[in-house]
Design a protein around this ligand. Structure first.
Ligand code: AKB
Length: 320
């Protein structure tokens, strides 16, 4: 029987992944944790506890006490926020991962770990179209540097200690339940909220800035498929490229007009434009498709349909 620990269960990915894993593995077997409070459905349907992954002693006690067999470590400082406090962000992103790797090495019951990497591992010298799995990687952000170093550490722990750690280079994730915080791809979520609330959005990247994106349902399906795959079918021991669709603010704005014809958008690029300009515009994920047999299901119109509908519902509920 699997007993799963989620670190960062209150965040954008964690708040949805936790519920899906509870459906699959049983509510009582998925332990949601975070440094901040969680949405009501996370707390009502299964165990939730405040846990700081930076506290290595508390972490190892928790893992032993609850007989954890799998860990999903989702907590991180994202690209935009990390640029504001680079040393602290490096400390949080790296030390938390090292704590998880050490626990997985020391506690025999822990059989698998998931840790998300990102398209931020790439940089200005990387080919921006159909970015290959193995290529030049010179990230220019502290977040990207921490993700690239993290990938190397994951492979090191796999080769040296046999820790089975699996990872995906997530693109920007689009979802309605919990908003992301401090990323360069956040515009792709903000645009929907602002369209529904104000019929207007000011984008912090230019109209034609194309970035790799993915709907949350696809990201969750990919993540669980990767974790459930037999180790022998996996050819990458650091992080797989994964691709959904490639979107610019102008493309999303145009699609939103199907629902809100008088929606308007203006562009006021800030420091995140420079980050976006060093990231891929499209990613080659053929290794992941081959090894897992995975492909994304959500195209832009599907995403817009769900986002507008769910955000409208959320706003109606908050008014009643
Ligand atoms: C960010 O924008 O920092 C993240 C990411 C692509 O990893 N969403």
């Amino acid at each position: 029987m699997e007993r799963i620990l989620i670190i960062g269960a209150s965040g954008q990915i964690g708040s949805e992944l936790t519920l899906k894993l509870r459906e699959l593995y049983g509510h009582e077997n998925v332990f949601a944790t975070d440094v901040k409070d969680a949405p009501p459905d996370i707390k009502e349907k299964g165990p939730f506890q405040l846990l700081d992954v930076m506290d290595d002693k508390h972490l190892i006690h928790f893992v032993i006490r609850h007989k954890i067999t799998q860990i999903y470590h989702l907590a991180a400082v994202l690209s935009g926020n990390a640029e504001k406090l680079p040393v602290q962000a490096w400390h949080i992103n790296m030390d938390s991962l090292m704590n998880i790797l050490e626990v997985a090495k020391l506690v025999e019951e822990v059989k698998k770990v998931f840790w998300p990497s990102s398209i931020a591992v790439f940089g200005a010298t990387t080919p921006r179209q159909m970015t290959p799995q193995i290529t030049l990687m010179e990230p220019s952000t502290v977040y990207g540097v921490s993700k690239l170093a993290g990938e190397r550490w994951c492979e090191y722990y796999y080769k040296r200690y046999g820790v089975d750690i699996r990872s995906l280079r997530y693109p920007g994730l689009i979802s309605h339940k919990t908003e992301p915080g401090g990323g360069t791809t956040d515009w792709a979520v903000e645009i929907y909220y602002e369209a529904v609330k104000k019929k207007q959005y000011t984008s912090f990247v230019n109209a034609d800035t194309i970035m790799p994106m993915m709907f949350m349902d696809d990201a969750i399906k990919a993540t669980i498929s990767l974790m459930e795959a037999g180790r022998s079918s996996l050819t990458t021991h650091s992080a797989y490229n994964i691709s959904g669709l490639n979107l610019s603010p102008a493309m999303v704005a145009e699609d939103i007009k199907r629902y809100i014809p008088d929606f308007s958008i203006e562009y006021l690029p800030d420091f995140r434009q420079h980050i976006a300009d060093t990231w891929p515009q499209s990613v080659d994920d053929s290794d992941f498709r081959h090894d897992i047999g995975w492909q994304p299901a959500f195209a832009l119109p599907d995403i817009t349909d769900v986002m507008i509908d769910e955000i409208r519902k959320k706003i109606r509920t908050s008014l009643t």
